[in-house]
Design a protein around this ligand. Structure first.
Ligand code: G3H
Ligand code: 13P
Ligand code: ZN
Length: 322
């Protein structure tokens, strides 16, 4: 089937108590790892492209890679989404260039300005059959070249969401309930340590999510910054020449719980990067004589695939929902 919008996917996910995985793509092996897992698990999927991905790989290459995946996986619905669109022009370029969904992220602006910018993108997108994700509240962490400190992050204010959604006409809303971008989501000071010495982050603000859902019944909510930062890959990286002390993510049980609520889209990028980097570091360490990229990209792609399969089955609950 051709690329689809997320409208139908989100309706089914909301009613079915599961979420769709939105995975960031930057190269062929990542696209293949994700979509092979989704094809085998018969899971719908959102492939998302950031401003940084477009700068790295080029818009055309990414669109063609996703089109190739669609051809290889004819039985599952695939959305091509712009992640963190920084302005109208970038959104327009993706809408004109074959994307079926865009995010306009004006969450760093004042409330009224966020509405104004989002509304303009929604008007253009809807005229072209494309859906729009918007954001209210600010996540901590790093996205593209913007770094937001924990002090400057802010939870979404539930009392603002109805006015925002009504005035903008957006199709889904990303909210801030304590998730964060990157592999270092929380400082050690924000966490406690369990008996194994592993950092345990503060719990997500499910009270905020519940209040938002009450005010927007049936409306799809999005969680960014939802990598769980698998400790097996952090360990693999650290054991093979890397240095990532105290990398910590969102516990998967909490994401699972969110997926049963109004959260219909869960964004995962850092976990894929960790799987790829850990696998390649280990390969180089164990095979210092090898230099064929296919030899180290192949296990990296296989581990991305297994990680995505785990997310589909155990975290998102969307296996078999295509
Ligand atoms: O939220 C940001 C995504 O993880 C994309 O990261 O800007 O480094 O491509 P990027
Ligand atoms: P992570 O850094 O937690 O993978 O979040 C990715 C994301 O939100 C992409 O928009
Ligand atoms: Zn994000």
């Amino acid at each position: 089937m051709p690329l689809v919008t997320s409208t139908e996917m989100f309706k089914k996910a909301y009613d079915g108590g599961y979420a769709i995985g939105a995975f960031n793509v930057n190269n062929m092996e990542i696209v293949q790892g994700i979509t092979e897992a989704c094809r085998e698990e018969h899971a719908p999927v959102i492939l998302q492209v950031s401003k940084g991905a477009r700068a790295y790989a080029n818009h055309t290459y990414l669109v063609k890679l996703v089109e190739a995946a669609v051809a290889e996986c004819p039985d599952i619905p695939v959305v091509l989404h712009l992640d963190h669109g920084p302005d109208f022009e970038t959104c327009k370029s993706c809408i004109d260039g074959g994307f079926t969904s865009v995010m306009i992220d004006a969450s760093g602006e004042a409330f009224e300005k966020n509405i104004e910018i989002t509304r303009k993108v929604v008007e253009y997108a809807h005229d072209h059959g494309v859906v729009v994700e918007a954001e209210l509240g600010t996540l901590a962490g790093v996205e593209d070249d913007v770094k937001v400190s924990a002090e400057d992050s802010s939870y979404t204010r539930p009392e603002e969401v109805e006015e925002f959604v009504t005035k903008t006409g957006c199709d889904s809303l990303a909210i801030a309930i304590g998730t964060s971008h990157g592999a270092y989501k929380f400082t050690a000071a924000q966490c406690t340590r369990n008996e194994k010495g592993i950092l345990v982050p503060p719990p997500l603000r499910f009270d905020v999510l519940e209040e938002v859902s009450k005010r927007l019944p049936g409306f799809p909510i999005v969680l960014h910054g939802s990598s769980s930062v698998p400790q097996e890959y952090v360990k693999m990286i650290n054991e093979h020449g890397g240095k990532m002390p105290d990398a910590v993510g969102i516990p998967e049980e909490q994401l699972r719980k969110a997926a049963t609520m109004s959260v219909c889209k869960i964004n995962i990028d850092s976990d894929l990067r960790l799987a790829m980097t850990g696998t390649i570091r280990q390969f180089f360490d164990e095979h210092p004589d090898k230099f064929d990229p296919r030899e180290y990209l192949k296990p990296a792609r296989a581990n991305i695939k297994e990680l995505v399969r785990h997310k589909l089955v155990d975290v998102l609950g969307c296996s078999g929902k295509a």
